[in-house]
Design a protein. Structure first.
Lengths: 209, 209
DNA sequence: ATTATAATGTTAATATATTCACATTTTATG
DNA sequence: CATAAAATGTGAATATATTAACATTATAAT
């Protein structure tokens, strides 16, 4: 069910929901495709197309029901049981992420951090216990952790990815600038902030004529 | 010149360079398209196509000259004079970014941070001076800052974007989860880590069958 | 009640991105 | 020197993503 949604649509559904949650908080009950589109800097057709793909039907002249749409998007992109997540590397970025994610999405719980610094192991940071990387396999199985967010120094990226795979992880979000290799049954997403910044800089340059 | 490169190609060029710089450090002088491809998890044809688009020609049976390719990519995506960058919001993420970027790309210099917390204003963090947001317009003009990275709390995103635009910024990289609006002459890139994590979680879920 | 307006939903068209297929050529090898 | 192997470069084909065009219809205005 819903396995063949385009990757881009998945990303946008997440973004739509983020925007819709804000609308819901403000008490807004309905929203038009062009309103969602405006927020996301895309076209209204794009929004309607995405919603068509997930089989959601709005009300003509009233738009989409905010609450219902949030729920439907949740049914599609969330897992019923929720997904447990681990942070690999409790440094600047790791801690920042834990702070940021705390309580944001109930379906995605950061339940463990891992580090090799003895000063950090055993402590709790923003409610997340920090374990030794040596215990990765054990803890990941015990806590049923499915996804790992890598924020270790680049030189440990390869090793950490290997450890995660060996421990049976199912998805990796790699924030180190070192690309890693994983078997095909592990979903991998990599993001480097420098690439984003260089992209912005490039388009600034060419806009300068 | 080179204005019509696909967006995806720009991103990959940045990634190729990142990988090539590591090869260069290791003393590697040449590299094959399939080696670059392996690192980036893409196909060799994709790599060759991108290099074709930027007009770079390798040597048959020897591959691409690492140093030359790094330089060419630099000529295309970097600005000759370099680009000055500001961080808006010197909190967890802002400081982490400053740390991370420090000395990474000589063409992209973080030359200023802005905050509203009086305890931070006037200090220097990792070599970057922190100014009051009230002085944004002045400092951005004085220091010829072209790009702003937004790491303020979400509720200040709209205001900060407005201030940046008013100050004459040319590009914004928005890390707050609140989408902002900018005029068409300002290039905007937005990234939310939760969207990435939700995407990973989704593909983990559907891989579970 | 009629008409105009403004929204959805969707097919068809277009644009962007990737991959296939293969001609070409350098280099290594027998 | 002939042959095989392995790489590049690229037109054509395909796949993915977006946009245009428009039929349909609920609602508001007259
Ligand atoms: N700071 C940023 O804004 C930023 C941005 C993008 C990417 N990154 C990347 O994220 C990574 C972390 O950056 P940071 O600024 O948080 O660095 P950091 O040095 O503050 O944190 C790294 C943490 O990883 C721990 N660690 C080291 N080896 C480990 C291992 N084998 N297993 C588990 N933990 C280990 C260290 O003890 C430390 O706590 C780096 O690869 C960096 O390039 C950082
Ligand atoms: N921490 C993360 O990992 C993370 C990840 C993704 C996105 N974000 C987003 O990035 C933003 C910053 O996150 P953080 O964890 O660094 O928060 P933070 O509270 O640590 O830092 C925010 C900083 O912005 C300053 N600030 C407040 N109003 C300002 C204004 N008007 N102008 C300039 N500075 C102002 C604050 O004084 C503070 O120093 C938030 O929007 C957050 O949602 C954070």
């Amino acid at each position: 069910m819903m396995k063949n949604l385009p990757h881009k649509t998945i990303e946008r559904l997440s973004q739509y929901r983020r925007a819709l949650l804000i609308c819901l908080e403000k008490g807004q009950t309905h929203i038009y495709s062009h309103e969602i589109a405006k927020i996301q800097h895309i076209t209204a057709v794009q929004v309607r197309r995405d919603l068509m793909l997930i089989g959601y039907t709005g009300t003509l002249r009233k738009g989409y029901n905010v609450k219902d749409l949030i729920d439907l998007i949740g049914n599609i992109i969330d897992s019923a049981e929720g997904i447990n997540v681990a942070i690999l590397g409790m440094g600047n970025l790791g801690r920042a992420l834990i702070n940021y994610f705390a309580g944001k999405r109930s379906q995605l719980k950061i339940v463990a951090g891992f580090d090799i610094n003895p000063d950090k192991i055993g402590n709790t940071m923003s409610g997340v216990p920090c374990y030794s990387s040596e215990d990765m396999a054990t803890i990941i199985r015990e806590k049923n952790i499915k996804v790992g967010i890598m924020t270790v120094p680049a030189e440990f990226a390869t090793l950490t990815a290997e450890q995660l795979v060996k421990a049976g992880i199912r998805g990796i979000l790699n924030y180190t600038p070192k690309p890693v290799n994983v078997p095909p049954n592990v979903y991998l997403e990599e993001y480097d902030m420098i690439t984003s910044l260089e992209k912005v800089a490039f388009f600034v340059k060419i806009n300068d004529d």
